[in-house]
Design a protein around this ligand. Structure first.
Ligand SMILES: Cc1ncc(COP(=O)(O)O)c(C=O)c1O
Length: 356
C-alpha cells in the first residue's frame, strides 16, 4: 500500500482551487487586482498576488536538500507543515498521531484542532530521554496515521539514531507516515533522515528556516516527502500564501556565500552551547544539564523559582518547562551570544558583573 492512500479519502478526491494564470507578459485582468502599486513601493508589485507557490525558492531548497522539486513543498514555517500533515491524514474522531513527550507542543495542538487522537510513547528523564524503539513500536494502532519524531527533540535536545529511525519506518510501512521534525538538525552532527527518502516512501522530513538560518520572522519552512504526499499537502494549502518579498529575502539568505556565513554562526553557537553546558554543570544552582544537539539546553535547577526570579530581575527570559510531566524543576535555555550567556551565568551564580 502506498503512503498517499493512507490520506483522508475526501482529501484524496479534492479538487484544489484553480488560481488565475500568472504569465508576466500578459495584460493581467484575471485576478481582480488593481493596476497600481502603493506609491511608497513602486517596484515591489505589491498590487499583484505573489506566485501561487514560490517556485524558485522551492527549487533552491530542493537543490540544497538533494531531492527533486516534486518532493518538496514550501510552507509557512514547519508549523504549517505539521498542520497540513495532520489535516491530510487524520479523520476527525477516528485517526490518531503518535508522539514522544516531552516534545514540541504544537503536535498535540494541531491534533486537537483536527479532532485527531493522541497516542504517547513517553521519553524518560532517568534514561536521558533516549528513544526506545521497542517501546515506541508497541504504541501505534491501525488508526495511527502519523508518527511524529522530533529529532533533535525540543525540549530535551537529544536525537534519534538513524538506524532506530529506519527500524521504525520499516516496521510501519503501509500503515503510518513517519514524520521527522528536523527543525534543529543544523546544530547536530547527526545525519539527516533525508538520506532515507530514497529507500522508504512512508517518510516525511520537516525543515525550517527559523532556527539555524535566522529567518524566524519570515515564517518559512518546508516538508520533504514522496511526490504523491506532496501533492496532497499542496492541495489543501492556501494559494498565494508566501509573500513575494519574503520568498525573495529567503533566496538571498540561501545563496552559497550566505550559507557559508550561516555555517560559521552555527559553529559559534555549537561552541557556546558546549561552554554553557560546562559552566552550568559546575553551578551550585544546577542539578543537571542534559547534552544537546540543538541550540538550547535542558537544565534541572535546585530551586527553579528562585533562579527564575533572579533572572527576571535582570530581564532575562528562559523557558520554564517544569509543568511538563517528567520535567520538574526544568527550564529550557536558548544559547545566545557569548555576552548574553555570560550574563545568564553570572546571574544564576549570584554575581553582579555587568557584561552589557
Ligand atoms: C521542534 C520544532 N518544530 C517546529 C517548530 C516551528 O518552527 P517554524 O518556525 O518553522 O514554524 C519549532 C519551534 O520552536 C520547534 O521547536
Amino acid at each position: 500500500m502506498n503512503t498517499a492512500s493512507l490520506a483522508r479519502p475526501e482529501i484524496a478526491s479534492l479538487s484544489p482551487y484553480a488560481a488565475a494564470a500568472q504569465d508576466r507578459l500578459t495584460v493581467r485582468l484575471n485576478a481582480n487586482e488593481i493596476p497600481w502599486s502603493p506609491s511608497a513601493e513602486p517596484d515591489e508589485c505589491l498590487n499583484r498576488y505573489p506566485l501561487v507557490r514560490p517556485w524558485a525558492l522551492r527549487d533552491r531548497l530542493a537543490e540544497i536538500h538533494r531531492v527533486s522539486a516534486q518532493q518538496l513543498l514550501v510552507t509557512r514555517g514547519t508549523s504549517e507543515a505539521i498542520d497540513l500533515l495532520v489535516r491530510v491524514f487524520c479523520r476527525a474522531g477516528q485517526d490518531n498521531i503518535v508522539i514522544t513527550p516531552p516534545t514540541f507542543g504544537m503536535y498535540k495542538v494541531y491534533a486537537d484542532i483536527q479532532g485527531a487522537g493522541l497516542c504517547e510513547s513517553p521519553l524518560r528523564a532517568e534514561q536521558d530521554f533516549r528513544f526506545d524503539i521497542a517501546e515506541l513500536l508497541r504504541v501505534p494502532d491501525e488508526r495511527s496515521k502519523l508518527i511524529i519524531i522530533c529529532s533533535p527533540n525540543n525540549p530535551t535536545g537529544n536525537s534519534m539514531q538513524l538506524a532506530d529511525l529506519e527500524t521504525l519506518i520499516a516496521a510501519r510501512q503501509g500503515r503510518s507516515l513517519i514524520v521527522i521534525d528536523e527543525a534543529y538538525i543544523e546544530f547536530s552532527t547527526g545525519r539527516s533522515a533525508i538520506t532515507l527518502m530514497e529507500r522508504y516512501e512512508n517518510l516525511a522530513v520537516l525543515r525550517t528556516l527559523s532556527k539555524a538560518h535566522g529567518l524566524a520572522a519570515a515564517r518559512l519552512g518546508c516538508v520533504l516527502a514522496q511526490p504523491a504526499v506532496i501533492r496532497l499537502l499542496d492541495s489543501i494549502m492556501a494559494p498565494y500564501s508566501i509573500a513575494t518579498a519574503i520568498a525573495n529575502r529567503a533566496m538571498t539568505a540561501l545563496r552559497d556565500e550566505n550559507l557559508a556565513v550561516a555555517a560559521d554562526r552555527i559553529a559559534q553557537l555549537v561552541a557556546e552551547r558546549q561552554r554553557l553546558q560546562t559552566r552550568l554543570s559546575a553551578s551550585v544552582s544546577v542539578e543537571k544539564v542534559w547534552a544537546s544537539d540543538a541550540n538550547f539546553l535542558l537544565v534541572r535547577f535546585r530551586n527553579l523559582p528562585l533562579t527564575r526570579s533572579l533572572l527576571e530581575d535582570r530581564r532575562i527570559l528562559i523557558r520554564d518547562v517544569s509543568a511538563v510531566p517528567g520535567l520538574q524543576n526544568c527550564a529550557r535555555i536558548t544559547v545566545g551570544t557569548r555576552s548574553e550567556n555570560d550574563l545568564l551565568l553570572d546571574t544564576i551564580n549570584g554575581k553582579s558583573t555587568n557584561h552589557a
